[in-house]
Write a protein that binds this ligand. Structure first.
Ligand SMILES: *Cc1c(COP(=O)(O)O)cnc(C)c1O
Length: 399
């Protein structure tokens, strides 16, 4: 049963390197200075913690960086996605197509906003939503294609925009393409566009583990649709005395720090990419491990440096490797991520009857040993050696 294949080991060995880094983007004196300044300014009772002008300045800078007309800040990526979906007022039976290999939060948001979640397979190379499998499951009830740029590998948005045009909903027209770029901030898609410029709306997260972070939580939506921008602002601040809404504002301190993180984003991403390429090179001659693909014309930001073990190692062999890495070498690793319906009861119940065998098989072969751009060069080499030795140990024990 593939569900067993996707049961991930949880070693209790003390780790020298954790299963995943707790922080993605890191801070410098500039972020500390910005936070200090905001604290000092907010001490005045006439000013307090009012978000302006910081939030607007962060939104403008973010929209410019993402090549989008507008950006609207939120207190998290999850609420940002929920509000974009809320705007569509999905009715029971309205379908949202999304890749089965995903972050559960994205699928929980779809279910919470009344969408019927339709799962589709990943492309076996990029692990991004497969356009042809999306075409297989698209119907006249499809309202949204939710495309996630998986683990920093920017997907091509164009095939999904074409697909939407060819399969219009009878009432609402072509399904809308919503892009989840929580793990791809600062990326470029194969069309050459910045991540955030294509599709109806793109969602970003600045949670602590993401490529840039606004004090541990935060989110953003970019769009070229002025109507959506206006409605999102309303939703974010109690409907602005006319409609339903709630309070999901980003704080002034988050925005002030976000401005600095954004200015440093390319530098942080470059460091991450360089390190990932070093790991790929260091592991290149290990026959059992397939590193992330380097696809022509695509910039991978390596939010995760995912390795794939051979088919014959799927499940048990991969788990052995994770255990050996942890127990003998002190190196944590994680599966990013199993199909959402195997890891979350609500998603499993909601999608009962749907299965994505390709996603399950790929997930059973995935592991991501800990990586972070701030790991020193000597430690990087120790980690790469650990992966090499652990793989050889497992190969030997499997005969
Ligand atoms: C982190 C993440 C989210 C949600 O963002 P939060 O800010 O943590 O709510 C959504 N989708 C993906 C792919 C993510 O990695």
């Amino acid at each position: 049963m593939p569900t067993d294949l996707n049961t991930v080991p949880r070693s209790t060995a003390p780790l020298r390197w954790p299963v995943e880094p707790a922080q993605g983007g890191w801070y410098t004196d500039a972020e500390h200075g910005a936070a200090h300044q905001v604290f000092a300014e907010s001490a005045d009772w006439r000013t307090g913690w009012r978000p302006e002008p910081y939030v607007s300045r962060f939104e403008e800078a973010f929209a410019a960086h993402a090549g989008a007309g507008f950006a609207v800040a939120f207190n998290s990526g999850g609420t940002a996605l929920e509000m974009v979906l809320h705007d569509l007022q999905l009715a029971p039976g309205d379908e949202v197509i999304s890749c089965a290999l995903n972050f559960v939060g994205a699928h929980v948001a779809v279910i919470g906003q009344c969408g019927t979640l339709i799962l589709a397979e990943p492309d076996p190379l990029s692990l991004n939503l497969d356009p042809s499998d999306t075409e297989r499951v698209i119907t006249p009830r499809t309202r949204v294609i939710l495309l996630t740029h998986w683990n920093g590998m920017a997907a091509d948005v164009r095939p999904f925009l074409d697909l939407a045009q060819r399969h219009p909903h009878p009432v609402h027209g072509p399904p809308l393409v919503i892009v989840d770029a929580a793990r791809a901030c600062g990326g470029t898609t194969p069309s050459g566009a910045p991540v955030g410029a294509e599709g109806w709306a793109t969602i970003f997260s600045f949670e602590t583990k993401k490529l840039m972070t606004t004090l541990g939580q935060g989110g953003m939506v970019t769009t070229n649709d002025p109507g959506l921008e206006e409605r999102l602002r309303r939703l974010r601040t109690y409907g602005r005395s006319r409609h339903w809404g709630t309070n999901q504002l980003m704080t002034k301190a988050q925005a002030a720090v976000g401005l600095i993180q954004l200015a440093r984003l390319d530098e942080m991403n470059d460091a991450r990419i360089a390190q990932a390429h070093r790991r790929t090179t260091a592991l290149a001659d290990i026959p059992e491990l397939t590193p992330p693909p380097v696809l022509h014309g695509r910039r991978h930001l390596y939010y995760r440096h995912n390795l794939l073990v051979p088919d014959t190692w799927a499940g048990a062999g991969r788990n052995d490797l994770m255990d050996v890495l942890a127990e003998r070498y002190g190196l944590g690793s994680i599966v990013n991520d199993p199909p959402t319906y195997l890891g979350h009861d609500l998603v499993r119940h909601h999608t009962a009857g749907q299965r994505c065998p390709r996603a399950e098989q790929l997930a059973a072969r995935l592991l991501c040993p800990c990586s972070h751009p701030q790991i020193s060069r000597p430690e990087e080499e120790q980690i790469n050696d650990a992966i090499r030795h652990a793989t050889a140990d497992v190969a030997r024990s499997r005969g």
